[in-house]
Design a protein around this ligand. Structure first.
Ligand SMILES: NCc1[nH]cc(CCC(=O)O)c1CC(=O)O
Length: 311
C-alpha cells in the first residue's frame, strides 16, 4: 500500500481542490492512501500588491515544485490558470480532470444590478487585466479598482469598501460551495473570454513516477484535456503570463474544437478576437496564435509587459 503525499497551498480553495482530487482517486478503490502537506508559496505571501506587478509567472507553484524535486511530496493539484505555459524539467501534468464552470462571475453590491445597468462611473473591483479590459469594452465609463485576497476577503471588501461590483472566477465559488444565488450574472465567453485553463485543474508529478502517472491518468478527462491543450498552446506561443490581458476558451462541437482567443489592451481600447475550429488541439492553438501574430498581437503583449515594468 503506497502512501501518496500531496503538496497543497494553504488557501481554502487549494485545499478544497486537493480534497476533491483525493476523493476522485479514492473512488478508484486502488491500494493507495493519501496525505496532504501544506506549503506556503510566494503568491500566498504577497497579498498587498497586484499580482501583475510581481511578475506572476509560477508564483503559486514554484515552492510546491521544489518539494516535488526533493521528494517531500509526490504530486500537486494546481488551478490550471496558475500554471506557467512551460513545464520545468522532470515534472509533468499527468492528469487534467473534468473542468468546473469556466465563466467569470459578476457580483454587484446590491446583488441585482447587472454590468450593463451599473450607474455611470461605477467602481468594479478586479486585479485581473483580462477582466478589466473586457469589462471596459462593455462599459468604457466604469472605474476599475484593484482587489486582492481570497473569495471571502473579496466578498467582504465588496460589502465594506466603495466597490459597486466585483468579478471573480465562477469555478472558485462553486468549488467552495458558495450558493449560485450570490452571483448577479455569469459572464458568458462572448462577453468575457475566460483565462486560459480557468476552472480546470492540473495534477503535476515527477516525470519518472510511472506508477503514479498511471493512476492519475485514470481521472484525466479527455474533453477538458483537449480543450485546455488548445488554450494553452495559444497562450504559450504568445508568451503570455497572467500579467497581460490575454484570454482563451475552447469547447467541443462534436469532434471539433472551437477556440475563442482574445488579446486586449488593459484599457479595453483595442481587442483582437479570433475563433478557430479544428480537430487537433495543438493545431487549433497554433492557428489562433498565427492569426494574432499577423494582427500585431505580439506587439500588444510586449507593450503591456513594458508598461508593467515601468509601473
Ligand atoms: N487568480 C487566482 C485564481 N486561481 C484560480 C482561481 C479560481 C479557480 C479557477 O479559475 O480555476 C482564482 C481566483 C479567481 O480568479 O477569482
Amino acid at each position: 500500500m503506497r502512501k501518496i503525499v500531496i503538496g497543497s497551498r494553504r488557501s481554502n480553495l487549494a485545499l478544497t481542490q486537493t480534497e476533491w482530487v483525493i476523493e476522485k482517486l479514492k473512488g478508484l478503490n486502488l491500494p493507495y492512501t493519501f496525505e496532504v502537506k501544506k506549503i506556503m508559496t510566494k503568491g500566498d505571501k504577497i497579498l498587498d500588491v497586484t499580482l501583475s506587478k510581481v511578475g506572476g509567472k509560477g508564483l503559486f507553484v514554484k515552492e510546491i515544485e521544489q518539494a516535488m524535486y526533493d521528494k517531500e511530496v509526490d504530486l500537486a493539484v494546481h488551478s490550471m490558470k496558475d500554471m506557467p505555459s512551460e513545464m520545468p524539467d522532470g515534472l509533468v501534468i499527468a492528469s487534467i480532470p473534468e473542468r468546473e464552470d469556466h465563466r467569470d462571475a459578476f457580483i454587484s453590491k446590491d446583488s441585482q444590478t447587472k454590468l450593463k445597468d451599473l450607474p455611470e462611473g461605477a467602481i468594479v473591483g478586479t486585479s485581473s487585466l483580462r477582466r478589466a479590459a473586457q469589462v471596459l469594452v462593455q462599459r468604457p465609463d466604469v472605474k476599475i479598482k484593484s482587489i486582492r485576497g481570497n473569495i471571502e476577503t473579496r466578498m467582504r471588501k465588496l460589502k465594506e469598501e466603495d466597490y459597486d461590483a466585483i468579478v471573480l472566477a465562477a469555478a472558485g465559488l462553486k468549488r467552495m460551495d458558495w450558493p449560485e444565488s450570490m452571483v448577479t450574472e455569469f459572464l458568458e465567453p462572448d462577453v468575457c473570454v475566460p483565462a486560459v485553463g480557468q476552472g480546470a485543474l492540473a495534477i503535476e508529478c515527477r516525470e519518472e513516477d510511472t506508477e503514479l502517472r498511471e493512476l492519475l491518468e485514470k481521472i484525466n478527462d479527455e474533453y477538458t484535456a483537449r480543450t485546455v491543450t488548445a488554450e494553452r498552446t495559444f497562450l504559450h506561443l504568445l508568451e503570455g503570463g497572467c500579467q497581460v490581458p490575454i484570454a482563451g476558451y475552447a469547447y467541443l462541437d462534436g469532434e471539433e474544437i472551437v477556440l475563442t482567443a482574445l488579446i486586449a489592451k488593459s484599457d479595453g481600447s483595442t481587442v483582437l478576437h479570433e475563433v478557430v475550429r479544428g480537430t487537433d488541439p495543438v493545431e487549433v492553438g497554433k492557428e489562433a496564435a498565427d492569426r494574432m501574430f499577423k494582427k500585431g498581437g505580439k506587439e500588444m503583449i510586449d507593450e503591456a509587459k513594458e508598461e508593467l515594468d515601468q509601473s
